[in-house]
Design a protein around this ligand. Structure first.
Ligand code: DGY
Length: 317
């Protein structure tokens, strides 16, 4: 049996599955391992089933024991892993795409609705019984006829586009390349970021965090948005410069934000907490039993498949 370090707790059925296939080292207290502890615990292991909370940078990867051959990330995103460093050490990195598309797109739509329809203010008023219905009470932005800009038209972006279309939104997108008509499904492609942002009444950040996308939403690019735009992010915090976004909220360039992900999670920039127009969630994108089970099963299967025949369909490096 291959010896596998599983860095975070999984749902019970997934841990049961892992223990049938591997000699698995579980994290019973679901502690957040420091880089030093993770290196120490991986001693003698053939692989690591990691999570987005594990910072597997070059320094950490270089100190992993030679026995480690695979890092199977329990997430579709893999910005927490230095792919090049892993490649140099002949360590395969895998992720869990597809299985979390629907759940994450649901949260993407929730962020849009929550930010546009002033949900944080509504919840606060309802909880304090501090409200009275009136014709102009908590007027928000209706989605019908509003232009939605999807930054990154991968699986999650396309699913959000599909739902948004059914809500009457007009979908625009920016991507490295134009999609086929079939995948585009009526959405309007912008090769140029400035042209794309200038029509994004509501922006939905759905692209992966890479060197190219880090801080892509910043002081300069926020200016391209229409006055009073709404900014939402269901992808990764690293794509947004928080200080610049908070500054844009302060001066009402941005009407509201809907965020599920943050730089330096779980700590988020306190500037967001001061804004009633910030609809903020604690990284819930894939948080449903069905999806977390499917993700863990896939992360386990990726390791199993790799050690069985060397093939790995979800290899990312
Ligand atoms: C992912 O898989 O990248 C998600 O953000 C996890 O919730």
């Amino acid at each position: 049996m291959k010896k596998i370090l599983i860095t975070r707790r999984l749902l019970r059925s997934s841990e049961d599955k892992a223990s049938k296939i591997f000699d698995a080292k579980f994290n019973i207290n679901d502690e957040l391992y420091s880089q030093e502890k993770l290196i120490k615990l991986s001693d003698g292991c053939d692989g690591i089933l990691s999570a987005l909370t594990d910072k597997l940078d070059a320094e950490t990867i270089n100190k992993l024991p030679n026995s480690v051959k695979i890092l199977s990330n329990f997430a579709v995103g893999f910005g927490n892993i230095d792919l090049e460093a892993a490649k140099k050490r002949n360590i395969i990195v895998t992720n869990t795409p597809e299985v979390l598309t629907d759940a994450t797109a649901e949260i993407g739509i929730l962020l849009i609705l929550g930010a546009c329809r002033r949900v944080p203010e509504g919840i606060e008023a309802a909880q304090n019984s501090n409200w009275k219905w009136s014709a102009d009470y908590l007027i928000g932005k209706q989605l019908t006829g509003t232009r939605l800009g999807i930054l990154g038209m991968g699986r999650i972006g396309r699913k959000i586009a599909h739902i948004a279309k059914s809500l009457g939104m007009i979908v625009h997108y920016h991507n490295r390349s134009k999609l086929s008509d079939d995948k585009e499904n009526g959405a309007i492609y912008h090769k140029d970021l400035k042209s794309f942002l200038s029509v994004s009444d509501v922006l939905s950040v759905c692209c992966p965090a890479t060197k190219e996308t880090t801080d892509l939403i910043n002081k300069e690019t926020l200016e391209y948005l229409p006055q009073g735009a709404v900014v939402t992010n269901v992808a990764r915090g690293d794509i947004v410069n928080d200080d610049d976004l908070i500054e844009a909220l302060n001066r009402r360039k941005v009407y509201a934000v809907g965020l599920d992900v943050y730089k330096g999670e779980p700590n988020l920039n306190p500037g967001y907490l001061k804004h009633k127009s910030a609809f903020i969630l604690p990284h819930l994108g894939s948080a449903s039993k069905h999806t977390r089970t499917a993700m863990a099963d896939l992360a386990i299967d990726n390791i199993d498949e790799f050690f069985k025949d060397g093939s790995c369909k979800n290899k990312v490096n």
